[in-house]
Design a protein around this ligand. Structure first.
Ligand SMILES: *[C@@H]1O[C@H](CO)[C@@H](O)[C@H](O)[C@H]1NC(C)=O
Ligand SMILES: *[C@@H]1O[C@H](CO)[C@@H](O)[C@H](O)[C@H]1NC(C)=O
Ligand SMILES: *[C@@H]1O[C@H](CO)[C@@H](O)[C@H](O)[C@H]1NC(C)=O
Ligand SMILES: *[C@@H]1O[C@H](CO)[C@@H](O)[C@H](O)[C@H]1NC(C)=O
Ligand SMILES: *[C@@H]1O[C@H](CO)[C@@H](O)[C@H](O)[C@H]1NC(C)=O
Length: 944
């Protein structure tokens, strides 16, 4: 055991001696720093070992940044060992200490003396710094920045553009931060800042910039010749590098010669054809090589032809020539393309030839603007088309126009028009100057020609032209067209012969189809126009081939709510023959007007409605029928739906009396029109009512007659019964009173005496009254009676109207008869009231009331004049000396008149008559009434 211990000890000692003595430490260790590459190159010499331990520390903080064992071979040319180390941190950031020792298995030498690479954080460099200062790196790379704060300052923060970085301390003044996976920078680069505790990002005291981009990546290098001598190579740039500026942009060399490419296509030229080309593209991040190789005659791309010019230009063809700028092309077999465009067409034609420099262009349109361009290639070993030449514009010459499309349209048997379509620019071959229309009648063999201006495209024809052939030619400066002819039909087929059917509009147009016709040698013509249009009808027609028996009639001119007539004709050498005819609407609308002329007639308990058809223009759709609505008591109800549009009357039966409202609305598939309404008030009992009135009147008359005659026969008895003789009072003594003044017979009953304006008795004047208002026919009683009632009622209930009813006057008035008369003062018209001139009334008689009482009855249309009753006039004189105050002295010689006029005083004059309004509308009735009452009065008093 003991011996084992010593053996080991001895072995250890031996080994230690061997280490100390056997291996030489590296000599002359030298440091070389490549700051841009952050590479530290360590070289040494003087050792036979092949492996070395190397240790690199940050000098200040003694942090190991590298501890490795490396195998390095002796560089025989320099006689030194070399180890390159790339630092993740820029070498300027802080000082590094490097030491190396030799190793042979477990044997190691002494460490070499420490070599120090001084950093920029040494006190002699006191200002703030940041490293690396400028760097170009590829996208996605990681980078460590370090910030050396100024001497005496404290570290603040580090920013990568707008991002704050996490720093680590490397030395007293140095802080480092790493940015991973960098993305593309702006063209001006990404800024990295460092600030101390006093500054901010805006006032950072140190900064660096980093450009992040890509290495170049061009492709497709192709070289060719234009002039058969030099070479021109082109390539595509490929992915952008995002690196700009002289120091960072991509540089190119072609076969070692620098290419100057500012902007534009990636092209580089060489003076001579070398047959083999290498393109090198490089920037700070890397380089790419592209190669190409070819024979010259396989890579000829001719330049564009120059000086194109039209040598000869005709109506239908032209010769275009050009020049070549390269002499060598004249011996080359060339292939050329001519691109020709005009307003509505373009075409490309190919021509070949040795040194080709002119082509003949055929099939051109007359009077047409053309534009031509030419490009060429080499026919043998064709490589690519050359560039297009600049365009050559030329215009072809004019030519005779095409024949116009002629049609004949007959509106009626006697009127029609020959129509032709205006020639399009393509058909006219030059400005049309006019048309010539020739009518040729084969029977009479008369030919007449009309020349028309170019704006005219129709010619009226009449019945005498039937069967004639119409020929139309168009003229332009180059000549006259072929004639187009049409035969005027002999007679228009009857509507019954060719029934008109309806055609629907199916979204794009009217779909017509017709049976094939044997005579349609030149096909069919369909034609359409607005139904019902007159002279200025715009007729459209289109020809279709004989094997077509259907067509879709389309037009942007179709309008909603307008009826069109569409017809198909068979075309032959004879007159066009109408095959079928349709009516159609593009879109039906409700009628724009209601049925005109609605009238309602009562026939007993029936009502007959009649109306007229809506004019075609306003129908705006096929009238399907009429809806008749009836409104009686409640809201309108559909009474009848007439589905026959021709039916324009309706009888509504068995209506009970009352008022009715009928509304008639025509309707199309689009709906009803606004409707027209008629009112009728049913009086089914009118006849009966009249009959009833007549019968009752008759019965009344009979009854009255009977009673009257009875009374007359028994008048003695009546008088006895109602007017018994009152014996004269037996007075003891003579009172000296005459009998006449003591007529105090009590009247058995009051009686109304109605006196009318006595126009029937023109010799006597009467009191004038003015109706307060127009006669109201609705009243139950005649106006006279109402007025009477009014007067009596007022007078009897109060004394407010002393002039209206005076009982004392009554007693005076009743003195000469056994009746009790209602008397009142006369009411006169005001002077201002217009008095209609009356032929039978003398002037003074009418000018009453100038100073008299003025009633409030002035609103009457015809102020009537009420006169005192004819009977009472003579009584005036017997008033026993009482003189009415009269403010107006009559200048008339008629004393009676003057006396009567003075009765206008409200206080002094009594009247025994009622004031009756003068009814000018029925004076006769009043007269009758008046005379009837007089008669009754006389009848009862026995004066008859
Ligand atoms: C260097 O590395 C070796 C082996 O990897 C290790 O034995 C040695 O202790 C390290 N040196 C330091 C100073 O850490
Ligand atoms: C080390 O870098 C230098 C340039 O600094 C270069 O010449 C040398 O070949 C490199 N040596 C090794 C072993 O990479
Ligand atoms: C950058 O660092 C990340 C880890 O931080 C690593 O995964 C990545 O590979 C690094 N990129 C490069 C190009 O070294
Ligand atoms: C800085 O460190 C914090 C915490 O360790 C981390 O959340 C953050 O993402 C880091 N920032 C950067 C820019 O690395
Ligand atoms: C490209 O060429 C310019 C000179 O024309 C030179 O200054 C620049 O450094 C070149 N770029 C690179 C990446 O070599």
């Amino acid at each position: 055991m003991m011996s084992w211990f010593f053996f080991s000890l001895l072995l250890g000692l031996w080994a230690r001696d061997g280490q100390a003595g056997g291996l030489m430490p590296p000599q002359k260790v030298n440091l070389d720093a490549d700051n841009a590459a952050q590479q530290l190159s360590v070289t040494w010499e003087g050792s036979q070992a092949t492996s070395f331990d190397m240790e690199i520390l940050r000098t200040e903080l003694m942090e190991i940044v590298l501890n490795e064992t490396v195998f390095v071979k002796l560089n025989l040319s320099t006689g030194r060992y070399q180890r390159n180390w790339t630092s993740p941190v820029p070498l300027e950031c802080t000082s590094l200490s490097v030491k190396v020792r030799s190793r042979d298995g477990q044997d190691v030498s002494e460490w070499s003396p420490q070599q120090i690479l001084p950093g920029k954080d040494l006190p002699y460099k006191a200002e703030a710094q940041m490293y690396p200062e400028v760097k170009v790196v590829p996208v996605g790379s990681n980078m460590t920045f370090c910030c050396i704060v100024a001497e005496g300052q404290q570290f603040g923060s580090m920013w990568y553009s707008q991002t704050r970085l996490n720093e680590t301390m490397l030395s007293r003044r140095t802080y480092a931060a790493t940015v991973t996976n960098q993305s593309l920078s702006k063209p001006s680069g990404t800024n990295v800042f460092c600030s101390n505790e006093k500054t901010t990002i805006k006032t950072a005291d140190a900064g660096a910039v980093v450009f992040v981009g890509y290495p170049p990546l061009p492709s497709d290098l192709v070289c060719e010749t234009h002039d058969l001598v030099s070479v021109s190579c082109a390539w595509t740039e490929g992915r952008k590098t995002y690196l700009y500026g002289t120091q960072r942009k991509t540089n190119y060399t072609l076969n070692g010669r620098a290419c100057s490419i500012e902007k534009g296509p990636m092209q580089c030229g060489l003076d001579q054809w070398e047959g083999f080309w290498t393109l090198v593209a490089y920037n700070p991040l890397g380089q790419v090589r592209l190669t190409d190789a070819a024979e010259l005659d396989h890579r000829v791309r001719p330049l564009a032809p120059v000086n194109l010019s039209p040598r000869v230009v005709q109506a239908l063809n032209a010769i275009v020539e050009w020049r070549w700028s390269i002499e060598g092309y004249k011996t080359l077999s060339l292939i050329c393309q001519v691109h020709l465009t005009n307003l509505w067409n373009n075409s490309t034609k190919t021509y070949t030839g040795v040194g080709l420099n002119s082509v003949v262009l055929k099939d051109l349109e007359p009077d047409e603007d053309y534009s031509a361009r030419v490009r060429c290639g080499v026919q043998k070993n064709f490589w690519k088309w050359g560039e297009w030449s600049s365009a050559l514009a030329f215009k072809t010459k004019m030519d005779r126009p095409d024949a116009p499309d002629v049609w004949v349209w007959m509106n009626s048997d006697d009127f029609g028009r020959v129509l032709w379509k205006p020639l399009t620019k393509r058909q006219s071959h030059g400005q049309i100057t006019g048309y010539e229309v020739t009518l040729w009648s084969p029977e009479e063999n008369i030919q007449q020609t009309v020349t028309l201006p170019r704006t005219t495209h129709s010619l009226p024809i009449n019945g005498t032209d039937r069967g004639s052939t119409v020929m139309v030619t168009a003229r332009n400066p180059a000549g006259v067209s072929r004639p187009a002819s049409v035969v005027v039909p002999g007679q228009i087929p009857d509507e019954k012969e060719i029934p008109v059917s309806r055609v629907a509009f199916n979204g794009s147009g009217f779909s017509l189809s017709w049976a094939a016709h044997a005579n349609a040698s030149c096909g069919y013509v369909w034609e359409w126009y607005r139904t019902g249009c007159a002279l200025d009808c715009s007729v459209e027609w289109t020809r279709v081939a004989p094997d077509n028996t259907s067509a879709v009639v389309q037009s942007s001119d179709f309008m909603s709510g307008v009826r069109y007539t569409l017809s198909v004709y068979a075309c032959s050498s004879e007159a066009p023959r109408l095959l079928e005819r349709w009516h159609g609407y593009m879109q039906e609308l409700a009628p724009s007007m209601s049925v005109p002329g609605l009238s309602l007639d009562q026939k007993g308990s029936d009502v007959q409605l009649t109306w007229e058809q809506i004019p075609l223009e306003q129908q705006r759709g096929f009238i399907l029928g009429y809806n008749v609505y009836l409104t009686h008591t409640s809201h309108p109800t559909l009474y009848a739906n007439i589905t026959d549009p021709q039916l324009t009357n309706l009888t509504v039966s068995h209506l009970s009396p009352g008022s009715y409202k009928f509304t008639v609305k025509a309707y199309t598939t689009a709906g009803e029109d606004e409707g027209v309404t008629g009112f009728i008030s049913l009086k089914p009992y009118t006849d009966w009512l009249i009959l009833e009135i007549l019968v009752s009147l008759g019965v009344m008359t009979c009854l009255l007659t009977l009673i009257s005659s009875l009374c007359y026969r028994k008048r003695k008895w009546v008088k006895k019964a109602f007017y018994p003789e009152i014996p004269e009072p037996k007075l003891p003594g003579s009172w000296g009173i005459t009998q006449g003044t003591l007529d105090v017979k009590p009247s058995p009953h009051s009686m109304v005496h109605i006196v009318e304006n006595p126009e029937w008795e023109s010799s006597k004047e009467a009191l004038v009254t003015v109706p307060e208002e127009d006669e109201d026919e609705d009243g139950d009683e005649p106006l006279a009676l109402r007025y009477y009632n009014h007067v009596v009622g007022e007078g009897s209930t109060s004394g407010r109207h002393p002039y209206a009813f005076d009982s004392s006057a009554s007693s005076i008035g009743s003195m000469d008869s056994g009746r009790t008369d209602v008397t009142y003062t006369g009411i006169q018209t005001s002077a201002s009231s217009p008095v209609p001139p009356q032929p039978d009334a003398s002037g003074p008689g009418r000018r009453v009331g100038g100073g008299g009482y003025q009633p409030q009855m002035q609103s009457a249309l015809y102020p009537a004049v009420a006169h005192t009753g004819p009977e009472e006039a003579p009584e005036l004189g017997s008033f026993g000396g009482y003189q009415p105050q009269c403010s107006w002295k009559p200048d008339s010689s008629d004393a009676e008149d003057g006396g009567l006029d003075c009765m206008g005083s409200p206080t002094s004059v009594t009247s025994s008559q009622f004031l009756l309004p003068e009814d000018t509308s029925s004076p006769e009735g009043k007269e009758n009434l008046s005379s009837a009452t007089t008669w009754f009065h006389h009848f009862l008093t026995g004066k008859t």
